[in-house]
Design a protein around this ligand. Sequence first.
Ligand SMILES: [Zn+2]
Length: 303
Amino acid sequence: MDHLLRAADEAGTVRAFAAVTTDLAGEAARRQHTFPVGTAALGRALTAAAFLGANLKGEGSVTLRIMGDGPLGGLLVIANGRGEVRGYVKNPGVNLPSVRPGKLDVGRAVGPHGSISVATDLGLKEPYTGGAPLISGEIAEDLANYFRVSEQTPSAVALGVLVGTDGGVLASGGLLVQLLPGTDEEMAARLEGNLGKLGQVSRLINAGSSAEDLLRAGLEGVDCRVLDRMELRFRCHCDRDRAADLLVSLGREELAELAESAEPTEMRCHFCNEVYRFTPEEVRSLMDKAVPGGDGRGPAPEG
Ligand SMILES: [Zn+2]
């Protein structure tokens, strides 16, 4: 089972997260029929969002948006504080040759120019949103830059997805180590050294490393303890009622047009690819709830 660990040192100057997300990345790839480079990009983003969600310690959700200028056309991932993660890549069918054997060109697929943003919704008021420019499109570096620029927290991030020759996910996961105010230079240098010799996290996980093992390697020589452990899973929150609400939001005129069609109207969830079908009669019955011109929310049910 995919899982995430959160750890900190006694003094509260170092915080670390480690996760194994092999099943999560694999399920997202299967649902969205991604090609390998999209599988890798999405898997990395899912792990990144799981880290951000773990910071919520319970309620609320975090939306991670990575909008690059590459052919993948952007990624959107949502995680909550209970280990439920979902996400999609806009153009899953992008296929790029590997730069070298075993290294998918995620940076070029995502695109080196653009932005990374994080919206934290605690259900109380407007979500808090922070952002930063992309550095490389490789996602780990971009997330580290986000933490530095937007949250003033020096961070080291390692994210990796190993895609097999059949296109399935062999291993996925990551490690995030953050330095909080009060960290001395010696500690910073030690952590930098640890991460420098860590190697690719996806290969470590494929060789059997657990999240505990990743933490132990990343935090060698630092007196940290595990604060909590959370199971992670792909979970979408879409349902037929929500799909119907989105149809209603199109407005009365558009519904009237759809109701004229002999074919059922299909609403597809971006996140899980579930399709909700509405017969012309059902579409007609929704017209009473709709306002002329729609409410501008658009046609896509976003779970
Ligand atoms: Zn869905």
